[in-house]
Design a protein. Structure first.
Length: 176
């Protein structure tokens, strides 16, 4: 684990939000986390998480319904755990390893320009909506108009995170 001082100046681009502490659990200081990742099992692979730029070693991981229950080193009572309610939990991007081809972190998609294969700029991604069957990119143009783009192979042709650009082939009626 890196010393605390190493995290004070870390760039936010190097950190990923992976959840939010929504409550405490038990008297020993466990925290209940709403995970924001596709696979909550990733918590079992982590040595520590960051809360307010402070690293906390993970002592144990449990699951309850759709929540992750963590016991963190240094948080040993319900009173000390209570201080972390509603805090966002971060990890270093490098701790999660490489993503499979064709998958992206939501934070990397936000702000990407969405351009049709004909060259029309539709706006920028401002949200990614999880629907269960496929994701949907919420795109806003400069006038604030929203266009919803289904993330399916027939529509999304290219995602280039480095250039902050997504090229789509709109289905008939998708834009109008």
């Amino acid at each position: 684990m890196q010393p605390l001082n190493d995290y004070k100046g870390i760039f936010m681009e190097e950190l990923l939000e992976i959840g939010k502490i929504v409550n405490t659990r038990g008297l020993r200081g466990e925290v209940k986390i709403m995970p924001w990742c596709d696979d909550p099992g990733v918590f079992e692979e982590l040595e520590f998480i960051l809360i307010d730029n402070t690293p906390y070693a993970i002592e144990s991981v449990k699951y309850h319904k759709s929540f992750v229950i963590l016991k963190l080193n240094g948080i040993d009572s319900i009173e000390s755990a209570e201080k972390y309610r509603n805090k966002t939990v971060f990890v270093e991007r490098a701790m999660l390893g490489a993503l499979p081809d064709g998958t992206y972190y939501i934070c990397d998609l936000i702000g990407c320009a969405v351009i049709t294969d004909g060259g029309e700029n539709l706006g920028k991604v401002d949200d990614v909506i999880k629907t269960g069957s496929n994701d949907v990119y919420s795109v806003r143009n400069k006038d604030g108009k929203q266009v919803l783009i289904p993330v399916i192979d027939e529509v999304v042709r290219e995602v280039n995170i480095e250039e902050k650009k997504i090229v789509i082939k709109p289905l008939k009626g998708l834009i109008d």
